[in-house]
Structure formats: structure tokens, C-alpha cells
Design a protein around this ligand. Structure first.
Ligand SMILES: NC(=O)c1ccc[n+]([C@@H]2O[C@H](COP(=O)([O-])OP(=O)(O)OC[C@H]3O[C@@H](n4cnc5c(N)ncnc54)[C@H](OP(=O)(O)O)[C@@H]3O)[C@@H](O)[C@H]2O)c1
Length: 250
């Protein structure tokens, strides 16, 4: 069942091919928005758009690598050319890699930072320009609880997400007068593919430490994405919303 809340609005979700991004794309569509799904994997990205169509919504997939400025520029241009505006963006694409800072190679650093931090900057850069033209917009950057508490064993990931939070705050200030609201969400451990590349016991260890007694579901992050985009959050900008079952409250 689709609501009217975001009807007539256009939302872009990076990393919409799986996990939190896919759940956010589906939730934005459920709220009535037309959704542009962007990621590198074509089959999975098309599948998200297909599921939105099946439920009566409108969506397209645009193959995008957020670490490449030409891809991100083309993504925003194609969104506006196709649908006439860009009202909301969820910059969610991200990668994780384990390793202490000594173990991390320059190549690993570049891979993590180019997607998680440079990718967020590139998305903001082109999305904000589109939103400025219409004098309104809302952006949600997906960071991580690892930006708030130290992440021993994944220090570069933590640094990239900490950078994304700092960038979100500064961007919110730079474009508040343009009526572009920019917020971040810092999820705690959430059930997605991102854990598949990590040692299997890590998620169990996190789960044991979560006050709420379980890890999160992607849909529990997606609901907050929709709310932060909507006019219900019209006075909120520069905020980092932590959604982690109480992990960082300890
Ligand atoms: N799950 C958690 O516990 C958790 C906790 C805190 C924060 N987060 C953050 O949540 C976000 C989503 O992760 P997830 O947990 O949902 O994992 P996921 O299912 O692996 O999703 C990651 C998404 O990022 C996309 N992506 C990766 N590199 C990309 C690139 N260069 N260009 C475009 N898209 C790219 C992937 O799509 P393609 O492979 O198709 O490109 C995929 O859709 C990430 O930023 C992650 O750091 C997750």
C-alpha cells in the first residue's frame, strides 16, 4: 500500500541494490516518492526497481560507481532530465574492510575512503546543485556507529565514516539558507550483506553487546530515512541520528 506523503517527489538512493539502501528505496517508494536506485551491480539494482514497480510504484536503476565523479554527475543529471527534479537523496553506498591501521595498505585505504567519504562528497556536490535550483531538498547520509565510538580492527572504516559525519554537519551549515537540509544516520549492527565479508563471529559478538538484545533490520533504518527526508523533519539539519539498539549509549 502506497501513501501520499512523498507523492510527486523524486528520491535518489545510492547503494540501493541491497541492505539498508534497498530497504530505503522501498520505503521511500511506499511513502509515494519516485525512486532512482544507484549502485554498481546491475541485476540487483534492477531488482530493487522491479520490486517497486510490482508494488505499484515508480523507479529506475542507474548503474553508478559513487567514487567516480563522472558517474555521480551523470546520475544526478539523468535523474533531473528523466523526472524533472531531485527532492531527496540517501547517500548510503559504502564498503567495510577489517584490519588495524598498520595492516591496512594504501590500496585498501583508497578503496574505503574513495567510496565512503569521497563518494559522499561527490554525491552531495551534485545533489545540492540540483536542489539549489529548486530552492529545496533533503539529504540523508548513512554513516555508522563506528564514527562515534572507536572501532578497533576497522580504524580506516571508522575514519571514513567520521569524515562523512563532519562533512554532513559542515554541508548542512553551508546550504541551510538554500533550504537544503542535510542529516546523517549512524546505524549500529544491522542485518545486511556487509557482514558477509567479515569473520562470522563478529556479528555474534556485537549482538551480545547490544542492550536491545538483537541486531537491527534494514527496514528500521529505512523508516528514519523517510522521516528525515519528509517535511515532518523540516527543522532538522546537521543532525546525526544514531539508530543502534542502545549500543553507543553504554
Ligand atoms: N549493516 C550494518 O551493520 C551497518 C552499520 C553501520 C553502517 N552501515 C552502512 O550502511 C550502508 C549500507 O550498507 P549495508 O549494511 O546495507 O550493506 P550492503 O548490503 O553491502 O550495501 C552496500 C551498498 O553499497 C553499494 N556500493 C558499494 N560500493 C559502491 C560504489 N563504489 N558505488 C556505488 N554503490 C556502491 C553496494 O552496491 P553495489 O555492490 O551494487 O555497488 C550496496 O548496495 C553502508 O554505508 C554501511 O557502511 C551498515
Amino acid at each position: 500500500m502506497f501513501s501520499q506523503e512523498l507523492k510527486g517527489k523524486v528520491a535518489l538512493v545510492t547503494g540501493g541494490s541491497s541492505g539498508i539502501g534497498k530497504a530505503s528505496a522501498l520505503a521511500l517508494a511506499r511513502a509515494g516518492a519516485t525512486v532512482v536506485v544507484a549502485s554498481r551491480r546491475t541485476v540487483e539494482g534492477e531488482q530493487t526497481a522491479h520490486e517497486i514497480h510490482e508494488r505499484g510504484g515508480d523507479a529506475i536503476f542507474i548503474k553508478t560507481d559513487v567514487s567516480k565523479s563522472s558517474d555521480v554527475k551523470a546520475l544526478v543529471e539523468k535523474t533531473v532530465d528523466t523526472f524533472g527534479s531531485l527532492d531527496y537523496a540517501c547517500n548510503n553506498a559504502g564498503v567495510v574492510m577489517m584490519g588495524t591501521l598498520i595492516e591496512t595498505s594504501e590500496e585498501d585505504w583508497n578503496q574505503i575512503v574513495n567510496v565512503n567519504l569521497k563518494g559522499t562528497w561527490l554525491c552531495l556536490k551534485y545533489e545540492i546543485q540540483a536542489m539549489q535550483k529548486q530552492s529545496k531538498g533533503a539529504i540523508v547520509n548513512i554513516a555508522s556507529g563506528a564514527s562515534i565510538v572507536g572501532g578497533a580492527g576497522y580504524s580506516i572504516y571508522s575514519a571514513s565514516k567520521g569524515g562523512a559525519i563532519a562533512l554532513s554537519r559542515a554541508a548542512a551549515l553551508e546550504y541551510a539558507k538554500s533550504r537544503v537540509r542535510i542529516n546523517a544516520i549512524s546505524p549500529g549492527p544491522t542485518k545486511t550483506l556487509i557482514w558477509d565479508s567479515l569473520p562470522s563471529d563478529i556479528l555474534t559478538q556485537f549482538e551480545a553487546q547490544l542492550p536491545i538484545g538483537r541486531i537491527g533490520e534494514p527496514e528500521e533504518i529505512a523508516e528514519a530515512v523517510v522521516w528525515l527526508c519528509s517535511d515532518k523533519a523540516s527543522f532538522i539539519t546537521g543532525h546525526n541520528l544514531v539508530i543502534d539498539g542502545g549500543y553507543t549509549a553504554q
